[in-house]
Design a protein around this ligand. Structure first.
Ligand code: SF4
Length: 286
């Protein structure tokens, strides 16, 4: 039976050792990482995992997906931003179907602004809330063109001022485009935090703080994509696919139905867009 320890007692020797093996890029050294971690260092509820077990969970995710990325197709930071703005209440596959044509016509703020709201709306008609999203994309393109020299700003405050951009979108951009150690809590990460009792919380902010508190140094850079892809392909909403889960022996979820971890296989790197699945796992709807 695992020792139950306060989550704040993290970073034991094994975690540090594991962190030392992680890619150098993943070390918690950025100002953003320090800031978010400092904010997360509040009173932590106890969780049913030892610090060694948490380090082992993230070590396995790192072995399985050394260089994960977004399933939203994009060709630069601007198109990633547009894709994330369009992704609210949508699957990534649905967004990709709409953006392939849109990004072929406009992949910079100036080109998108020149395209105009009507054209953008027609291009993304298959996307939920397309009218509001088209307006936001048009307006944020104008702002980036006129106030940021056509560049996406590398700071949270400026990002969150853009139309249609909230904390979650800003976190995705900071992490995926700029390599910052941020965690954007979507429906999958919210579920994993609570189902596994590893970062419980009623709100995305609470779950984000919980994960930032426990993720060992060296693993935060890619934790966002590891958790999303694990939730999307394995720890699924309706029924978790525990048979194909590499952390089944460590997991404390009540819904867990298999104790044996799946073989730890390093999956190949893939460009932005559909990411590879663990052996035996099935893509939802596929
Ligand atoms: S063992 Fe099952 S419930 Fe636990 S993380 Fe894996 S898929 Fe999810």
């Amino acid at each position: 039976m695992a020792e139950t320890v306060p989550a704040s007692k993290r970073a034991p020797s094994r975690a540090k050792a594991a962190a030392a093996k992680a890619p150098a890029k993943g070390k918690a050294k950025s100002a953003v990482a320090k800031a978010v971690r400092a904010k997360a260092e509040t009173a932590a509820p106890p969780i049913p995992y030892s610090a060694d077990e948490i380090a082992e969970i993230f070590r396995r995710f790192a072995v399985q997906r050394p260089h994960p990325t977004s399933e939203l197709e994009h060709v630069n930071t601007f198109t990633l931003l547009v894709a994330v703005v369009l992704s609210a209440q949508m699957t990534d596959a649905g967004v990709n179907r709409a953006t392939r044509g849109l990004f072929a016509r406009a992949s910079t703020p100036a080109a998108m602004a020149a395209l105009g709201e009507d054209e953008i709306r027609e291009a993304i008609r298959s996307v939920g809330f397309f009218r509001t999203k088209a307006k936001n994309v048009q307006r944020l393109s104008e702002i980036l063109r006129d106030e940021f020299a056509g560049e996406v700003p590398h700071d949270r405050a400026s990002l969150e001022k853009l139309p249609g951009v909230g904390r979650k979108t800003a976190n995705v951009i900071m992490n995926t485009a700029f390599g910052e150690e941020t965690l954007a809590v979507d429906t999958h990460i919210l579920r994993i935090g609570n189902r596994l009792k590893i970062a419980p919380g009623k709100t995305p902010e609470a779950v984000e703080a919980g994960f930032l508190r426990i993720i060992p140094d060296g693993f935060l850079r890619h934790a966002h994509h590891w958790l999303i892809l694990h939730g999307r392909f394995v720890c699924k909403a309706r029924k978790p696919d525990c048979e194909h889960c590499v952390i089944a022996d460590l997991c404390r979820a009540d819904e867990k139905w298999c104790e044996t971890p799946a073989p730890l296989v390093a999956l190949p790197d893939a460009p932005p867009g559909p990411q590879p699945l663990p052996p035996g796992a099935k893509r939802p709807g596929g």
